[in-house]
Design a protein around this ligand. Sequence first.
Ligand SMILES: C[S@@+](CC[C@H](N)C(=O)[O-])C[C@H]1O[C@@H](n2cnc3c(N)ncnc32)[C@H](O)[C@@H]1O
Length: 242
Amino acid sequence: MWLRISFGKNTMQQKSPSLKDRRIRSFVRRQGRLTSAQQLALEKYLPKFGLQTSNGIFDFTKEYKREAPTHLEIGFGNGQSVANMAVAHPENNYLGVEVHRPGVGNLLQLIHKQELTNVRVMTDDAFDVLQNNIADNSLAAVYIYFPDPWHKRCHTKRRIINPEFVTMLAAKMEIGGLLHMATDWEDYALHMMKVMNDMPQFKNSAGAGAYSPRPEWRTLTKFEQRGHRLGHDVWDLMFTKI
Ligand SMILES: C[S@@+](CC[C@H](N)C(=O)[O-])C[C@H]1O[C@@H](n2cnc3c(N)ncnc32)[C@H](O)[C@@H]1O
């Protein structure tokens, strides 16, 4: 059975949860169409650069064929930010997790065109990936840029930044690791700050209660550009695991 969820003019569908699967998800599967190039990239390159949830806890040394710090981007959209970071920092491993298949296809195209060897991709719910595949204390950085704001009051429980999710992130990150978030929704920025302020595992890099200046290296993503068009401000939050 499918549920219909409305956002203004847009309607999305989500499979109704079975009795075994009652967790509230931070996304709905969008019906976005795959271009033929994205479809081809998924077929050709996902087997090469994709990691499988069924493989249990990952050994990053084996997956990337080297020892290097591993950075995770959750909900990477079209993947431009992961690709740019991977080009700028060949010394790091990057793992991108995104449920929207056209975006995954797009990132795979970028990986192929730019001959990136330090990126791996997953098409799964980040919650499941963290829970089933990521070893404790193994991530050097986590990026969550412009997560779905779920701004209607009845939807805020879907926000990916919530105490349960951030507690799991904290367990998976190395001490000294960076958690970097950005949003163009003021209410979500306040919510993120509140959640993070209540987490003893993290220290605000900008000082207690402060937002960070936008780092010039952060890619201007599709959703940040959309926020600009709507006249929204942008808030960056940077926290270090202590
Ligand atoms: C608003 S978009 C932002 C995309 C991109 N970061 C940007 O700034 O353009 C949020 C993205 O997060 C993805 N997403 C939401 N929850 C997720 C989850 N639990 N696991 C993986 N991806 C998720 C959605 O599919 C969507 O593409």
